[in-house]
Design a protein around this ligand. Sequence first.
Ligand code: PLP
Length: 283
Amino acid sequence: MTATLERRIEVLKLAREHDFIVLEDDPYFYLYYGTAPRTPSYFSLEPQILPETGRVLRFDSFSKVLSAGMRIGFASGPDPILSAIEKHTATSNLQVSSLTQVIAAKLLDSWGYEGFKTHTERVSEFYREKRDVFQAAMVKYLDGYAEWVKPEAGMFFWFKLNLTSGSDLKDTGDSESVIRTTAFEKGVLALPGKVFLPNGNKTAYVRASFSLSPEADVYEALSRLRAALIEVRVLERFCLLRGSFNPRKPSICPEPPSLLASPDSSEDELGLTLTSDGLVLPL
Ligand SMILES: Cc1ncc(COP(=O)(O)O)c(C=O)c1O
């Protein structure tokens, strides 16, 4: 999710008014592949809109554009803070490995800024293609099961599962209850949004990475995620029909949906077919 220009300006004004520091953690800056001009960073906006600067500390990373294991980046901000960071890292982790620093410095030296920019454009184009594959698979398998905004930078989809369709809890849900159970059992690895919330609250959001998986795996994974979501819906439906379902405590109704046998065959709005043998899932 990208903060709008208006929001950034508002945050910077608040930082000045209440004298707090903005930590701009922006490791995907060089992986932008959107078509609209990129929103300016807090760091570059501060001198444009405020009479004084020094309340933005910006963090960039080379890990996403040079090599994933490098774990090296750079900070930009007021000198006193940078020098405090420098002293702190010197005494806490003895700085980033010297070898890593030398490799990064030599590479950047030989490229120059233009060479670095050309490289990042190539890398972001690589991720744009991966994003397009993932987007197509999302549309194919998760339309109606999830909501999302197509990312314009980085290597992740952040999407909301429609976990409680048909109930009165439309905008809530706990993605962890599917992601760490049914989806995981089907071999799908993604992170429940809860791990990104400072307060650890439940959320229906999920973060899935598209950096590594080949196209066939993306389609397979999202088709399995769809199957997991259908299973959860079937269970919900079954429990609702039994009149004992409590969406906040699904474990109180653990019977398998195959018990939902019916003498007639019919298809409901979930696309589930009820037959005398049980439920047929539309996979
Ligand atoms: C938002 C965010 N900040 C920081 C990092 C860490 O970057 P680095 O690999 O440079 O340690 C990551 C990813 O690993 C990230 O997603």
